[in-house]
Every structure is written in structure tokens, then in C-alpha cells.
Design a protein around this ligand. Structure first.
Ligand code: SF4
Length: 173
């Protein structure tokens, strides 16, 4: 099976996506999320990913890179311009890492959220695919009851489900 690097934003979102993709790919989960605030929350989300049946790799928790990239967009609403920068930063690191480590594909769990625009995420993925010369697995994982299934699987695995997206701005709201 071809090797796929899956950028994982958190364990609950990864549940259904991993179940779907592991039928066709040799999958590795890549936890690269410098957006998550505070560090305790980051640790909790990472720890929960380890409860799932998938090989996983932790990327760098580079919060300075995230704050630099989103500077000036602090007051944007969720789903606005700051979020597109945030998706791109995380997906670009996944594309770069996947290419460097000989994966055939990269993908992301981000589209499973009902709050996230799959068209914008897939368009970033296609752009990065061209830039790094690696295939992007485009999908809208929330479709076909994907989000509902992820909630059920999270319950089954006893996963922690956070109440905010991840960054300090979404936490304050
Ligand atoms: S709300 Fe979520 S997607 Fe948007 S910038 Fe914050 S962590 Fe990133």
C-alpha cells in the first residue's frame, strides 16, 4: 500500500479519518500543531492521539512560528483569514516532512470539522502538492456522517474532546 502522512489536528478528528484511510494506505499520523494553547492543552491532545491504533510522529511545537505567521490577524473570527494562515502553516510542514521522508501522499484531518471550509483546505493542499512535488489526498471527511462517526468513535475510545479549536484567540471566545 502507498505510504501516506496524515496531518492530525487532534485525536477525536483523527478517529474516523484513520479508519477510512487505513484501508488503502500505510498511514502515519503527524501531530504538528503549534497553534494549540496553552502547552498543557497541547500535551493533552498529543497524549490522546497515542490512544489510537496508528503510528504517530510529533512535529516541533514551534509556537513562535505560529504567532509570527498570524500576527495582525488576532481579531479575525473563527473561519476567517487567520484560520487560512493556520491551516497553511500546519499543512505546509506536513507536505515538507512527507516529501523529505518518502511518503507518496499527504493529507489532513482538518476537513472533518463542521466549522472548517473543505474547499479552502483542499485548495491549499493542491497548491502545496505542486510546490513540494507530492500527492495530496483531497477529501471532505465530514461528509457521509463523518463528523458524527468521529464523535461516536471518540466516545468508544474514551478520548478527551476539547471545547475550543486550539489557539489562544479561539480559547478566549
Ligand atoms: S481558530 Fe483554529 S484554525 Fe483558526 S487560527 Fe485558531 S487554532 Fe487555527
Amino acid at each position: 500500500m502507498p505510504k501516506l502522512l496524515l496531518h492530525v489536528c487532534c485525536a477525536p478528528c483523527a478517529t474516523h479519518v484513520i479508519e477510512t484511510l487505513k484501508e488503502d494506505f500505510e498511514l502515519t499520523a503527524y501531530f504538528y500543531n503549534p497553534n494549540i494553547h496553552p502547552e498543557e492543552e497541547y500535551g493533552l491532545r498529543l497524549e490522546n492521539l497515542k490512544k489510537l491504533d496508528a503510528e504517530s510522529i510529533e512535529g516541533k511545537y514551534d509556537t513562535a512560528a505560529w504567532f509570527n505567521a498570524t500576527k495582525g490577524y488576532e481579531s479575525e473570527p473563527e473561519g476567517g483569514a487567520r484560520c487560512e494562515i493556520c491551516y497553511r502553516l500546519r499543512m505546509e510542514e506536513a507536505a515538507r516532512f512527507a516529501k523529505e521522508n518518502n511518503f507518496a501522499f499527504f493529507a489532513t484531518t482538518l476537513t472533518i470539522s463542521p466549522h472548517k471550509n473543505a474547499r479552502a483546505i483542499n485548495s491549499i493542499g493542491e497548491e502545496l502538492s505542486k510546490k513540494y512535488g507530492i500527492k495530496f489526498y483531497a477529501a471532505d471527511f465530514k461528509k457521509k456522517n463523518g463528523f458524527k462517526k468521529s464523535v461516536e468513535l471518540s466516545r468508544k475510545h474514551g478520548l478527551y474532546r476539547q471545547s475550543y479549536c486550539g489557539c489562544v484567540f479561539s480559547m478566549r471566545r
